[in-house]
Design a protein. Structure first.
Lengths: 204, 143
C-alpha cells in the first residue's frame, strides 16, 4: 500500500473497474487493530495522517478527480486515533506529485492508459520500482509485462506480489537499498564472506 | 525537530530521559543479552495509533552505542564461527521456535505500535522469517 495505483487499459476497462470500486470501497470496515471484523486499521502517526491528507489535496489541486473522500471522519469511541477512510482518485497522471511520491496510505489512484505500451511505461519511467501486478487473461500480454517491466517484484493476476521468506524481497531502482535484497539467498550472502581456494595435490 | 531522511520527512518529538520523569515504558537497546537504558538518550514517542496515545518511548542509539554493539559482536564472533554449522543452525532454529511460541504477544505488540490489523501482523510474521523458517516439508532452504 505504499502507493496503490490502478492503470486500466482502455476506457471500457476503466469504467468497469471504477464502477466496481464505487460499489466495494464503501463496504470496507475501518476499525482498531484488535477488531476481528475490521478490514483496515489506523495509519501510524498523526503527522503521517496529515501527510496523506496533504497528498489527497495535492492530487485534487493538480487536476485529478476526487471520487471517494476518506478524510474528515472519526471512529466512534476512538476519536483520537489516527484513522483515515479509503480515498479513490480518478484521472491522476504520472506527472502528478501523488504518483511521483510514495503516499503510504489508503489512497487508490486511477491512471488511465489507452494502450498496453502506455500502461507499461508508467512503472518503467518511475524512479522507484518495488512491486507491480498485471491482471489479464492474455498470456502474451502477461509475458511481455513480466519481461519488460523494470520492477523487482512482479505479480500476474496476484494482488500482493511480496514473496514468502525464502525468496528475495525487494525492488529495483530507488526501491532497492544496498547491493542485495532482503531475505532468501541474498540474506545468506549478506552474512557470508567468500574465500576461494585454488589447489593442486600432484602425486609423487 | 525535523529530520530529513532521503525524500521522506520524519517529525520526531525529541525527548530526553532524566531520572525524575514519570515515564511510560521505555524501549531501550538490547546489547549482549540485556536491555540497556542510557541516561540522557534521545527518545521518540511510540503511539498506539488506534487510541492516539503515547504507549512507550523508543530510545535512540548513537555512535558510542553503535561502537559498543560492534565491539561486543566482534568479540563474540570467533567462538561462534568455531561452532560447527549444525550446532549453529540449532541456535537459529531455537530462535525461530521462540518467535512461534511468543507469536500472539509479538503480533499484538506489532499491531499496537503500527496500527495494522492483527491478521496483517500475523502474515508479516510468517512471510518474513528470512532464512530461519523452513518450508512446510522441514527441509532447510539455506544452502
Amino acid at each position: 500500500m505504499s502507493m496503490p495505483v490502478i492503470v486500466p487499459v482502455g476506457q471500457k476497462t476503466a469504467e468497469a473497474i471504477r464502477e466496481r470500486l464505487l460499489q466495494e470501497i464503501p463496504k470496507l470496515r475501518i476499525g482498531v487493530s484488535t477488531d476481528p471484523d475490521a478490514q483496515m486499521g489506523p495509519v501510524v502517526t498523526a503527522e503521517h495522517k496529515k501527510k496523506i491528507e496533504g497528498y489527497i489535496q495535492l492530487a485534487i489541486d493538480e487536476g485529478a478527480k476526487l471520487v471517494i473522500d476518506g478524510r474528515g471522519r472519526s471512529l466512534p469511541g476512538h476519536e483520537e486515533g489516527f484513522f483515515l477512510w479509503p480515498t479513490l482518485i480518478d484521472y491522476a497522471t504520472p506527472s502528478m506529485k501523488s504518483y511521483q511520491d510514495e503516499i503510504f496510505g489508503p489512497v487508490l489512484q486511477i491512471i488511465r492508459a489507452e494502450t498496453f505500451e502506455e500502461a507499461l511505461s508508467y512503472p518503467n519511467v518511475h524512479y522507484q520500482g518495488n512491486a507491480v501486478t498485471v491482471f489479464t487473461r492474455n498470456g502474451d500480454a502477461a509475458q511481455r509485462f513480466v519481461a519488460e517491466v523494470t520492477v523487482g517484484m512482479v505479480g500476474v493476476n496476484f494482488p500482493m506480489p511480496t514473496p514468502v521468506g525464502y525468496y528475495s524481497h525487494g525492488g529495483w531502482k530507488d526501491s532497492a537499498f544496498g547491493d542485495l535484497n532482503q531475505y532468501g539467498e541474498d540474506s545468506i550472502r549478506f552474512f557470508t564472506r567468500t574465500k576461494v581456494v585454488t589447489q593442486r595435490w600432484p602425486r609423487g | 525537530m525535523l529530520l530529513i531522511v532521503g525524500s521522506s520527512v520524519w517529525h520526531h518529538q525529541i525527548y530526553t530521559i532524566s531520572k525524575e520523569d514519570p515515564m511510560p515504558r521505555t524501549i531501550s537497546q538490547f546489547i549482549n543479552g540485556q536491555s540497556v537504558t542510557h541516561i540522557g538518550a534521545v527518545t521518540s514517542p511510540v503511539y498506539d495509533p488506534s487510541t492516539g496515545q503515547v504507549q512507550a518511548r523508543l530510545e535512540h542509539g548513537d555512535a558510542a552505542i553503535l561502537a559498543e554493539v560492534v565491539a561486543v559482536a566482534k568479540a563474540a564472533q570467533p567462538a561462534w564461527a568455531a561452532i560447527n554449522p549444525q550446532r549453529r543452525a540449532r541456535v537459529m532454529f531455537k530462535f525461530k521456535a521462540l518467535i512461534e511460541e511468543h507469536r500472539q504477544e509479538l503480533v499484538h505488540l506489532m499491531s499496537s505500535e503500527h496500527g495494522k490489523l492483527l491478521d496483517d501482523s500475523k502474515s508479516s510474521r510468517t512471510s518474513s522469517p528470512g532464512p530461519l523458517a523452513p518450508p512446510a516439508s522441514g527441509a532447510c532452504p539455506c544452502r
